[in-house]
Design a protein around this ligand. Structure first.
Ligand code: KG4
Ligand code: ZN
Length: 343
């Protein structure tokens, strides 16, 4: 079977690992027939971050309507679905349980296979997904160097084939998205910090402050805690002086993160003989990061559409499809895996 001749299948996927309740129906591993994301973001913004108990309670309220709305939007019923995919981890235990239990119920009730999906694998597969009716973007080609930068994870993997990962390195402390969120708070910007910093940075000078880039030479790891501390120190100093140049601080911080992510990903792609690069996870929505990767012409770039960068169920369906066609079906007594690594 070639990459292009994938067997037809419709996957209904559920995602509830953090603060988004999402469902999607995907055809043939790539084409979105319907996708719904109910975000709790505004609810959590009050707390400056995700409040786990509030998240799971909200998932309980949203999950059934979100699934029903998604099937209705696709003009399908459960009879038209070939498998039920669900995020099993990593994520918040109480939130994952809601999605996994809903998926078990649907699988049992419809006598369809259940496929547990790793959320990080889902993020990587977001690069395969497109809206049904649109021209399919070229399928990513292996071996590809994958940068995954989200709120909870930042890592580099060499993908040698479908579901095949060689882990190269990861952040030793904060994830890139977490650094955006924490620095946003320091600058008095709202949660989630990534979009807020990006917006503030538009009017800022990325060279205004020379923030450190932890190079960690000889490894494929990242570190963002030193950068965060450097911003904190600068903020304290400037606050004493009575004026906080938020735009310049945001632009300089963003430039440091983008530089660290871009430089190491390019080095790794060369070192491991990658054919292409893939960038995914919430931070891949960042315009400065996208521009950096779009600005190079050494490697073909695979990057999800903006709506697919942050948490959604279409990406879970895409990863679930690969697991499904490779025979990775799960039993109905699977548990959630809140700290499940990708490889
Ligand atoms: O992948 P995601 O939706 O959830 C996790 O799996 O963690 O990523 C969320 C993270 C948050 O830290 C958020 O601040 C960051 O992605 N993010 C961004 C942008 N949009 C979301 N970071 C930088 N620039 C953005 N435009
Ligand atoms: Zn995510």
């Amino acid at each position: 079977m070639t990459e292009q001749e994938t067997p037809p299948a419709r996957i209904l996927a559920i995602e509830s690992s953090c603060d988004e309740t999402a469902a999607a129906v995907l055809e043939d591993g790539r084409a979105i027939l319907a996708s719904t994301v109910a975000s709790q973001m505004e609810m959590h913004a009050r707390f400056g971050g995700v409040f786990p108990e509030v998240a799971s309670r909200q998932h309980v309220l949203s999950i059934t309507p979100v699934i029903e709305q998604t099937l209705a939007q696709a003009h399908l019923t459960l009879n038209d679905i070939d498998a039920i995919a669900v995020t099993r981890g990593p994520g918040l235990a109480g939130s994952l349980v809601v999605g996994v239990n809903a998926a078990k119920g649907l699988a049992l009730g419809s006598d369809r296979p259940l496929v547990g999906v790793n959320h990080l694998e889902g993020h990587l597969y977001s690069a395969w997904v497109y809206n049904a009716g649109d021209t399919p973007p070229p399928e990513p080609q292996f071996p590809l160097l994958a940068l995954l930068a989200s709120g909870g994870h930042t890592e580099l993997n060499l993908m040698t084939g479908h579901l095949q990962y060689q882990h190269l390195g990861a952040t030793l402390d904060d994830a890139a998205g977490e650094a955006f969120d924490k620095v946003a708070r320091l600058l008095g910007l709202p949660y989630p910090g990534g979009p807020a910093i990006q917006e503030a940075a538009v009017n800022g000078d990325p060279d205004a402050f020379d923030f450190p880039r932890a190079r960690l030479e000889g490894t494929w790891n990242f570190s963002f805690s030193g950068l965060k501390t450097a911003v904190l120190r600068e903020v304290r100093k400037l606050e004493k002086a009575g004026r906080l140049p938020v735009a310049n601080l945001a632009a300089s911080f963003q430039a440091a993160v983008v530089d660290a992510l871009f430089t190491k990903t390019m080095q790794a792609a060369r070192e491991f003989g990658a054919k292409e690069i893939l960038v995914a996870g919430g931070v891949s929505a960042n315009q400065a990061l996208r521009s950096a990767f779009l600005g190079q012409d050494e490697f073909q770039l695979n990057i999800p559409a903006l709506s697919l960068c942050t948490d959604n169920a279409a990406m879970i369906a895409a990863a679930g499809y690969q697991r499904f066609i490779h025979g990775h079906h799960d039993s109905l007594d699977i548990d959630v895996l809140p700290t499940w690594p990708l490889s």
